[in-house]
Ligand binder design. Sequence first.
Ligand SMILES: Nc1ncnc2c1ncn2[C@@H]1O[C@H](COP(=O)(O)OP(=O)(O)OP(=O)(O)O)[C@@H](O)[C@H]1O
Ligand SMILES: [Mg+2]
Length: 229
Amino acid sequence: MNLSVDRLSKQYKNKIAVDRISFNLTDGVTGLLGANGAGKTTLMRMMSGILNPTSGSVTADGIPVQTEEYRALLGYLPQDFGYYPEFTAREFVQYIAALKGIEKKKAKNKTEELLETVGLSDVANKKIKTFSGGMKQRVGIAQALVNDPKILILDEPTAGLDPKERVRFRNLIAEIGKTSIVLFSTHIVSDIEHIAGNLLMIRDGQLIYEGKWDNQKGDLEQFYMEEFG
Ligand SMILES: Nc1ncnc2c1ncn2[C@@H]1O[C@H](COP(=O)(O)OP(=O)(O)OP(=O)(O)O)[C@@H](O)[C@H]1O
Ligand SMILES: [Mg+2]
């Protein structure tokens, strides 16, 4: 699958949050790196079809982002992941599966599989409101995976994860990246170095680096500090 972002822009009154960004993604894991306010969330919301661009387009093998067909391919973890505090982890993931039109038996099996994957099987019957930040984040990752997305967009998925969970997450998305497009945003340079084969870097709404990251180019942290001052 080829995900194409073409001259995508978003303007809020006098603020251009995303400024004519173009890139293509294929299967594999891509990290989106940028400082606070760089435009990561705005870009990802447009790529998830929940925010209309001012101009430009997003298509997956020619399928426009605004369509039901695109949505069926998509898994999305918002930065401000809202959850239902009175739901248990199991209820919530099943609920999202139902919303996505997955048949009941299949939804149940998928829920158990995903709770296991994100390490929440033990607490599946506990209410989400009793969870730590990192545990809530893992519920968010599980719900993004219920429809086996071919396009997975994760807005700061590692925020709040402890080192062990970071490793688990890294292994999980490496696996998913074998057969899907995975784009995740982060502020953490080492997340990119450890998780992503491919890097997008944005500053003030503009794409300033696109491509593979390898140590040949030197130290990513140093490059980042130079670019973001
Ligand atoms: N609804 C809005 N109205 C006006 N300005 C907005 C709106 N949403 C975002 N912005 C502005 O657009 C710019 C990009 O914001 P965005 O949330 O996309 O950045 P980000 O890279 O996700 O930042 P962070 O790392 O803090 O999550 C910021 O200057 C922000 O203030
Ligand atoms: Mg953001």
